[in-house]
Design a protein around this ligand. Structure first.
Ligand SMILES: Cc1cc2nc3c(=O)[nH]c(=O)nc-3n(C[C@H](O)[C@H](O)[C@H](O)COP(=O)(O)O)c2cc1C
Length: 225
């Protein structure tokens, strides 16, 4: 198998897992994932990512504290949320949302059920571990860009070990609380979480796969005469 085929296979096997078994991941496997993810490039090799990983007990404690907090919290993300999803972005967002709702049997317009599914973000979908990814405030959007590469590589390294994951920006609005809870410095920009563990393969939330835009939608050639 060529290296590109191996990479494509790994990329294709990964998906965002929304139901986990509660089996913990061995610490040496987590360390491997973080080490391999750290091989990604970053501007000036600044490697702005820092990562807090919870064990099984701490994941539950953090989940409870976060759920309590968000009942009264005002959203205050460190990185501005998208101002909107229009055109193709809107379409793609709707498609993957409906795929999830169809998979778990939520009818269109059932706000109570979709709200309950959304709240699963704060149960970390039953994952035994959650990683909090932060960047450095002074590196701004470029640090966040570098961390995006790290996040992708984390999910792929995990996949290579048979470990499922899901990045979650859902926690980002609660950045000040998370910084405080984990005693992170003020100059750490909270970007997202990655919940990870072993997939509950029989759960309906894991029964669908998203698609990708054809090349024609993303690639534009410019040719000289
Ligand atoms: C930075 C980032 C943040 C995300 N945040 C969430 C989230 O908060 N909740 C969620 O259910 N999925 C979240 N996702 C997962 C995306 O919805 C998912 O990657 C996308 O639909 C493509 O599906 P796939 O990962 O299964 O290929 C996030 C993904 C990324 C990369």
């Amino acid at each position: 198998m060529s290296t590109l085929t191996s990479l494509e296979t790994l990329l294709s096997k990964r998906h965002s897992c929304r139901a986990f078994l509660n089996t913990p991941v061995a610490r040496c496997d987590i360390e491997q994932i973080v080490r391999v993810a750290g091989l990604v490039p970053s501007w000036c090799n600044a490697q702005p990512w820092q990562i807090v990983v919870t064990d099984h007990e701490e994941t539950a404690r953090f989940s409870d504290a976060l759920k309590e907090h968000l009942q009264s919290a005002k959203p205050a993300p460190d990185l501005l949320f998208p101002s909107g999803y229009t055109g193709l972005h809107k379409e793609r967002r709707r498609t993957c949302g409906f795929q999830l709702y169809d998979a778990v049997g939520i009818e269109k317009g059932d706000r109570a059920a979709s709200g309950t599914q959304m709240m699963e973000n704060f149960n970390f979908f039953g994952a035994p571990h959650v990683a909090i990814i932060s960047s450095s405030v002074e590196l701004g959007g470029y640090g966040a860009m570098d961390c995006g590469g790290f996040i992708t590589a984390f999910t792929l390294a995990a996949q290579a070990l048979g470990i499922a994951s899901i990045p979650q920006a859902a926690i980002a609005p609660y950045a000040p609380f998370i910084r405080d809870y984990f005693d992170l410095a003020e100059d750490r920009m909270i970007l997202c979480a990655i919940s990870f563990g072993y997939a509950d393969k029989d759960h309906p939330a894991n029964a669908f796969r998203t698609t990708r835009a054809p090349l024609g939608e993303i690639l534009d050639w410019k040719e000289g005469q």
